[in-house]
Design a protein around this ligand. Structure first.
Ligand code: SF4
Ligand code: SF4
Length: 72
């Protein structure tokens, strides 16, 4: 099974800490001045960190599944 996690771009991250403060599960932490997904098992994929990041350094990848309707 594929595990899906928020993707943090360390090059874009300014280390402002907004995402760490916003994360309801404490999944994120500051490491070497940048936000890091320190506890991925806690992440509920709520998207709060992606929404709050002012520089767009966090992306939550999605897999789009198209379901064909059955025609009888
Ligand atoms: S998606 Fe939600 S739970 Fe996961 S790291 Fe971001 S704010 Fe925390
Ligand atoms: S909100 Fe964005 S810029 Fe701020 S610490 Fe988190 S990832 Fe870095």
């Amino acid at each position: 099974m594929t595990e899906w996690y928020p993707q943090l771009d360390r090059n874009l991250c300014t280390g402002c800490g907004d995402c760490i403060a916003a994360c309801p599960t404490g999944s994120l932490a500051q490491v070497d001045g940048k936000a890091t997904l320190a506890f991925p098992d806690l992440c509920t994929y709520c998207t709060a960190c992606e929404t709050i990041c002012p520089v767009g350094a966090i992306e939550l990848p999605y897999l789009i599944c198209k379901i064909e309707e059955a025609h009888e």
